[in-house]
Design a protein around this ligand. Structure first.
Ligand code: ZN
Length: 336
């Protein structure tokens, strides 16, 4: 695994009432209020009066994003970009609705994601397949298509200049085939989407983050996820911005935790991936594994509190592991 010197200290900014958390270098996390507070973030980047969003949350997040612009005394005309790290609808679902308010903004997306933003029908159906119709209706809002002429696709390694500095996009499969990360080499910050795990601030112990991999359906691939984690570490970032949730430091320790987590998930899937009642058994074992990690992390919360924080992720991770296990089994059967 790629290693770099780990001299970063945990640094955390305070959350303010509006759900905006300010970090260094004109970066703010905006709580999109998806599912529960501090669960799903959009990032607002501000450079010399110009603005960009990294991910948007769902369509229901749009009022929060517009309010954040207002709070920062920015106009809707000042937004140049919406960077979508990937097109899962808890991060890209609001882009079409937000774009209607932003006359000058364009959307940067992975080439595999672009067609599904122009016509989101399949994306909506797939998301309903994962979460169920009632949950989707209550938590995602109306997903609007994005006009093709406002989309730009990012090639692997694309560097581009915005306002006062260069940024780079790296294609990073593992969580999703349509995923890229955005790298700001001056701030030394990676916007990692879901590629550097999920880490909720309610599970911090003494300012130290707890992180677990996100193996959401349907593209989870463990070897690609290991590679992507290493690729992020190799950049030697001072901080990584996660969609779930906020900015984390101590990158090398978290990367090691993520590598171990991916291996643990795969072992659990291997034990239960083809058996009857596998969803329940994999879910139970994932919770036990996470609980043991939390104990070692110094967390003292009871099982009920841990279930409240982790159950949705466990459900998604199990579904993603099953997709992966079935894909591996099918490829063995067909000899590919
Ligand atoms: Zn995702």
């Amino acid at each position: 695994m790629t290693m770099a010197s780990d001299d970063q200290k945990p640094a955390r900014a305070g959350f303010c009432m509006s759900g905006i958390t300010d970090f260094a270098d004109g970066i703010s996390a905006i709580d999109t209020h998806h599912i529960r507070p501090a669960s799903d973030a959009s990032y607002l980047l501000i450079r010399e009066g110009r603005a960009a969003f990294v991910d948007t949350g769902t369509a229901l997040a749009v009022p929060h994003l517009l309010a954040a612009l207002q709070e920062k005394q920015l106009t809707v005309e000042s937004v140049d970009w919406i960077f979508l790290t990937h097109i899962h609808l808890d991060h890209a679902g609001g882009a079409g609705a937000l774009l209607k308010h932003l006359p000058n903004a364009r959307v940067l997306v992975h080439p595999k994601g672009a067609p599904h933003l122009v016509d989101p029908t399949k994306l909506i159906q797939a998301t309903i397949g994962v979460y169920g119709e009632a949950f989707f209706a209550a938590t995602y809002g109306k997903i609007l298509p994005i006009p093709a002429d406002r989309l730009q696709v990012t090639e692997e390694g694309l560097s581009f200049f915005w306002v006062d500095r260069s940024y780079q996009c790296l294609h990073t499969p593992g969580h999703a085939l349509h995923h890229y990360v955005l790298w700001d080499p001056i701030a030394r910050v990676v916007f990692a989407g879901d590629n550097f795990g999920v880490s909720y601030r309610e599970l911090d112990v003494n300012g130290h983050a707890f992180v677990i991999p996100a193996t959401t359906p349907t593209h989870f691939d463990p070897s690609e996820m290991h590679r992507t984690i290493d690729r992020i570490v190799a950049l030697q970032p001072a901080a990584v911005c996660l969609t779930h949730y906020g900015q984390v430091t101590e990158i090398n320790r978290l990367a090691e935790d993520l590598h171990r987590g991916v291996d643990a998930y795969v072992a659990i899937a291997g034990r239960h991936g083809a058996g009857p009642d596998r969803v329940r058994r994999m879910g139970d074992e994932l919770f036990e594994w996470m609980s043991a990690q939390l104990d070692a992390h110094g967390d003292r919360a009871d099982a009920k509190t841990r279930h409240a924080a982790l159950d949705l992720d466990i459900d998604l991770n199990v579904q993603g592991l099953i997709y992966w296990a079935d894909r591996v089994a099918a490829s063995k059967l067909s000899g590919t």
